[in-house]
Design a protein around this ligand. Sequence first.
Ligand code: MF3
Ligand code: CO
Length: 250
Amino acid sequence: MVSIKSEREIELMREAGRILACVHDELGKALKPGMSTFEVDQLGDHMIRSYGCIPSFKNYNGYPASICVSVNDEVVHGIPKKHRLLKEGDIVSLDAGVIYKGYHSDAARTYGIGEISQEAKQLIAVTKQCFFEGIKLAKAGNHLNDISAAIQSYAESFGYGVVRDLVGHGIGSHLHEDPEVPNFSQKRRGVRLRPGMTLAVEPMINAGRYDVSWLEDNWTVVTDDGSLSAHYENTILITEGEPEILSLYC
Ligand code: MF3
Ligand code: CO
């Protein structure tokens, strides 16, 4: 069942989203060559708690950290490690969630470490734009999967692979709520969007083919062809007009 949030719930989700945007802004600025993915998680965990929030991901289905840190061919859910050091030329996706007074916000960004290749820059920019292309369709009365179809067609116009095995989701008092929000689909499928729905829209885009696998740790998702992958996500609110992006600005 897809829930419609009350004005009170929406206010709490706005604040959760704003705080998460602050966390992402600060994490993005802190990234530098030589930093371990473990340090990224520690910094993020402390920041989230300093805002009076709880990290949504910590211990979620046994996930051991607060920030998912996924490097290069890692798509999502990379587990932070003391020995995994970021280096010049890497791309790194940071996915984070916060709980503020019982309400979740979920967002991801992909950054380059120092100078990165033109190909990597384009992948990061297109993945971000996939989100914005998708939410152009996030209007009351449209079908949910109109968002998905827009994301897919934009990504594929660059020859990129749209990950099929993971999807976005509804969000609210739980991290994952109905409906699923795929990044690929035919138009005119899925539920009709209604004001008060809150969704985590999260394109996961591979520079190569869309196939992915899970590593032995049962979390880290990697591209099968070894190509780079990027992730961009925000929590949005469906309104009577344009969607409101809750996790964009600090
Ligand atoms: N943005 C991801 C998702 O919505 C984050 C979940 S990571 C987990 O699925 F560790 F919490 F599982
Ligand atoms: Co999510």
